[in-house]
Design a protein around this ligand. Structure first.
Ligand SMILES: NC(=O)c1ccc[n+]([C@@H]2O[C@H](COP(=O)([O-])OP(=O)(O)OC[C@H]3O[C@@H](n4cnc5c(N)ncnc54)[C@H](OP(=O)(O)O)[C@@H]3O)[C@@H](O)[C@H]2O)c1
Length: 277
């Protein structure tokens, strides 16, 4: 296949060991040209000499960085067929005490970060009457558990935004897909633990410190699904001619969708037992 016939896929948050990195490899394996982006090029050094990848520095919390990465990509490759909003951060702590600045940073990455990319890429996709926007949500939205309220709220907002965009962008030929991972192996536990160690000492919640700290690593302590397995399934779905609006896979994804349908009193009972609160 000629280089110019390949689908161009731009993915945010492609640091080694994470979901974005595995998605980049899986799209490349399907003969896509992957614009792999991350806050630091060094975190994607294994892609460096591979012509399947075009590497870009991109911090989704900066409008300037988004504009620069998109204009460089369009100048060099001429198009973006698929945008994958994958970059994300966890935020662990009791909602009543987590500093607002930490909550704002979480929304600025997980929600506004995605929206920055979407607003920048939609004019281009609309002009071609073609494109796919893939947002990486989370199963945690289906049954929010204690100690990750800011993260869950940011992902719930992303789910809502995805549903609206699917309707609003249909007239322009753009598909919008919500990918809803279960527990997947990645660096998210380590990053969340590092951020947690910068939180202030809790006032009301001192006695819960151990349980809260454990929440940071929850997705990594549950026989989580291998990153490559998740990425391969996801890419197969995204590349379909008529991709579904919602695709959920990975450890606990079925359990969480059952939890979603339970009466709230039953769900709360189960979660209180599991999380000791
Ligand atoms: N793993 C799971 O079980 C799971 C479950 C549900 C949803 N998710 C979602 O899946 C996505 C990928 O997470 P992951 O599990 O692969 O975690 P990860 O290994 O920690 O990867 C997160 C990626 O996002 C990047 N990132 C963070 N802030 C950024 C910013 N401002 N600009 C650009 N990139 C930024 C990180 O870059 P740095 O390396 O520079 O920090 C990293 O590349 C996230 O949206 C997460 O919420 C994960």
């Amino acid at each position: 296949m000629d280089l110019y016939e390949k689908r161009v896929v731009l993915i945010t948050g492609c640091s080694g060991g994470g979901i974005g990195h595995a998605l980049a490899r899986a799209f490349a394996a399907k003969n896509c040209l992957v614009v792999a982006t991350a806050r630091s090029l060094a975190s994607m050094s294994d892609f460096q000499d591979d012509p399947q990848f075009f590497l870009q520095e991109l911090d989704v919390s900066s409008g300037e960085s988004v504009r620069h990465a998109l204009s460089t990509t369009l100048e060099k490759l001429g198009r973006i067929d698929i945008l994958v909003n994958n970059a994300g951060v966890q935020c662990v702590g009791p909602l009543a005490e987590v500093p607002l600045s930490a909550i704002e940073q979480t929304f600025n990455t997980n929600l506004y970060g995605a929206l920055r990319l979407i607003q920048a890429v939609v004019p281009h996709m609309a002009s071609r009457k073609k494109g796919k926007i893939v947002n990486i949500g989370s199963v945690t939205v289906l049954a929010p558990v204690p100690w990750a309220g800011a993260y869950t709220a940011s992902k719930a907002a992303l789910h809502a935004l995805t549903d609206t965009l699917r309707l609003e962008l249909r007239p322009f030929g753009i598909d919008v897909i919500n990918i809803v991972p279960g527990a997947i192996k990645s660096n998210i536990g380590n990053s969340a633990s590092a951020s947690y160690s910068k939180m202030p000492e809790w006032k009301l919640y001192k006695q819960f410190d151990e349980a809260i700290r454990a929440r940071a690593n929850l997705s990594q302590s549950l026989k989580s699904t291998p990153t490559e397995e998740f990425a391969e399934k996801t890419v197969n779905v995204v590349l379909k001619d008529n991709p579904p609006a919602w695709f959920s896979t990975g450890r606990l994804s079925t359990a969480m969708s059952i939890m979603y349908h339970l009466p709230l009193s039953v769900r709360d009972f189960i979660l209180r037992k599991r999380f000791n609160c």
